[in-house]
Ligand binder design. Structure first.
Ligand code: PEP
Length: 260
């Protein structure tokens, strides 16, 4: 049974004061992070506060992006060495906003994935199609191309530390969430590809998340799908109450319970 994962992508939101206010409220909810995984991707500046304010509460954090090189003449970029100092366990790689707005190609994404593994981070790799690609029957082709590229140079041990977030671009921040059936179909396709490219063992254990306008009212149907292990949440992760409600609505009576 794979652990359920709730990841909050704060994008370019939250000052240090706002981060502090959020975490002071959120980490005090009884049962948070017990029997499920909670993960935040705050902006780079806020990473510095995570260790201090999360303390011993079982919540992990990571960066929203990372350069593939350790250091050098890359003005405005952040190195894996800097992120390691801030206690990041994960790195979000290839978010569609990075791919679409900042021109990250599959090759650049693959370089970042390799660097993340070199530094011991767990990459969460985002994949997803545009509305035109979906309407044109090309969603599978696009997503599988991204998945293949993200797995191409990995050992089985590295692939076992990786997760995928299926995020249809048309569903991100639009309120137009994918149906749970369509999300399941795509997540199952990704898992099948991991079986073919890596192994049955790795694919059976790999977390595959859905992201795109997840809200407290629609999370439960996603988590009922056999191949959806959690959600990558943007807008609804910005308020402690709505993110908590997502987790509670997904887990029901299991919230806060630790399996024996
Ligand atoms: C995201 O930022 O990855 C995302 C899915 O955003 P939202 O939940 O706001 O659609």
């Amino acid at each position: 049974m794979r652990e359920k994962i709730f990841a909050g992508n704060w994008k370019m939101n939250k000052t240090l004061a706002e981060t502090e206010a959020f975490l002071q409220e959120f980490v005090n909810y009884p049962g948070i992070g017990r029997g499920h995984q909670v993960l935040f991707f705050p902006p780079f500046t806020a990473l510095v506060l995570m260790k201090e304010l999360i303390g011993s509460v079982p919540i992990q954090w990571g960066s929203q992006n990372m350069h593939s090189k350790d250091s050098g003449a890359f003005t405005g970029e952040i190195s894996p060495l800097m992120l390691a100092e801030l206690g990041c366990s994960h790195v979000l790689i290839g978010h569609s906003e990075r791919r679409e707005i900042f021109g990250e190609s599959d090759a650049m994404v693959a370089e970042k994935i390799a660097a993340a593994h070199k530094h011991g981070f767990k990459p969460m790799v985002c994949v997803g199609e545009t509305l035109e690609e979906r309407k044109g029957g090309q969603a599978d082709v696009k997503v599988l191309r991204q998945v293949d590229s993200a797995l191409a140079d990995l050992t089985a041990e590295q692939a076992a530390r990786q997760s995928f977030a299926y995020e249809p671009i048309w569903a991100i921040g639009t309120g137009l969430n994918a149906s749970s059936g369509d999300a399941q179909t795509m997540c199952a396709l990704i898992r099948k590809r991991v079986t073919e490219k890596v192994s049955e063992d790795v694919s059976a254990a790999m977390p595959i998340l859905y992201g795109g306008s997840v809200k407290p009212g629609n999370i439960a149907e996603y988590l009922q799908q056999p191949d959806i292990d959690g959600a990558l949440v943007g807008g609804a992760s910005l308020k402690p109450d709505s993110f908590l409600e997502i987790i509670k609505n997904a887990l029901g009576d299991l919230f806060g319970q630790v399996a024996n």
